[in-house]
Design a protein. Structure first.
Length: 319
């Protein structure tokens, strides 16, 4: 991919005042309201007002949320690292929408822009652009974790994701995002009610499997943009600060292996070595064997060795 030093005019759109306000209120609500639910879950746990069903709902919905974002939105939609049926595509888009990280056009355009400008001017969420010194680094880390979503700019749909824009069946999941996001909150309430048969179970299912799950899974996911671009191992010289952060990788099913991922963005696996934690990569390998997904892309051993030997981005551009 050609390197780009400054964002082109068409790639980043400055929002008008009312659109910026709507974006701010939406993003702020999605960041904070599930947090209130998490506080409620903590009180319920402390008071002993929960059942095993609530804990299973939390775990089950965490899996749906994280697989939806990592396999669906990230590896399938943003990077096209494998192919699948229209049916399973729908399953992935609905599961990803339940994550509450925004509709697919927002997600894909933001993410592709992140790869293009990784840790340089134009990156929507780099923790490394706030300056030198401890205070600036901490400020950058916090900004890249959440407040970046409150910015008054948007990534151009036409520039970053014309392929998704053209695909009417895929775009359907963009238009119906809110429906799936709310369904992801109500589903655990309905299951809680069906299993336990009480209104309290519906409420605790909503709190544990809906709100607390959304908040905690997204906190983990946002660590990919913050911690995994600051702390961790760097086996590949990508010309950015992407790092392999194992704790983040465990909670995000492999996404914390950012250094590997920026070296091979089109690979369905984020692990380069077998022991690196990449639950979504392992799941895709199994789904490939079951023929649910196909044409799984990954670099072979020679490509990995060649990439390891290669110098930083500047050398690569010249090669
Ligand atoms: Zn990254
Ligand atoms: Zn990516």
């Amino acid at each position: 991919m050609a390197t780009m030093t400054a964002p082109p005019e068409a790639a980043i759109v400055k929002l008008d005042r009312s659109s910026a306000r709507i974006k701010w209120i939406t993003a702020f609500s999605m960041m904070t309201l599930p947090g209130l639910g998490t506080a409620a879950a903590a009180v319920l746990l402390w008071q002993g007002i929960f059942t095993a069903t609530d804990l299973w709902l939390f775990a089950g919905m965490y899996l749906v949320h994280m697989f939806g974002i990592t396999i669906g939105f990230h590896r399938y939609l943003a990077h096209k690292s494998f192919k699948t049926s229209r049916f399973f595509e729908g399953v992935l888009m609905i599961a990803g929408s339940m994550g509450g990280q925004g509709p697919i056009m927002y997600w894909v355009t933001t993410h592709r822009r992140h790869h293009r400008f990784s840790d340089r001017d134009g990156d929507p969420h780099s923790p490394n652009l706030a300056g030198a010194g401890l205070a600036a680094k901490l400020r950058g880390l916090w900004w890249a974790h959440m407040p970046w979503m409150l910015s008054d700019e948007s990534s151009s749909w036409r520039f970053w994701a014309p392929d998704v824009l053209r695909d009417r069946r895929l775009f359907f999941y963009h238009r119906t995002y809110q429906l799936w996001m709310v369904a992801g909150l109500l589903l655990p309430a309905a299951i809680g009610f069906a299993v336990e048969g009480t209104a309290t179970a519906a409420l605790t299912g909503f709190v544990f499997g809906g709100l607390a799950r959304m908040f905690l899974a997204n906190q983990a996911a946002w660590c990919v943009g913050s911690l995994s671009h600051m702390f961790g191992g760097r086996p590949f010289d990508n010309g950015d600060r992407s790092a392999n952060n194992w704790p983040v990788a465990v909670f995000t099913f492999g996404e914390g292996l950012q250094n590997n991922h920026h070296a091979f963005p089109g690979s369905y696996r984020h692990a380069v070595r077998a022991w690196e934690p990449d639950l979504s990569g392992w799941a895709l390998t199994v789904l490939g064997r079951l023929r649910v997904v196909r044409d799984l892309r990954q670099p072979d051993a020679a490509a990995i060795a060649a990439r390891r030997a290669r110098g930083p981005r500047g050398d690569r551009a010249a090669a």
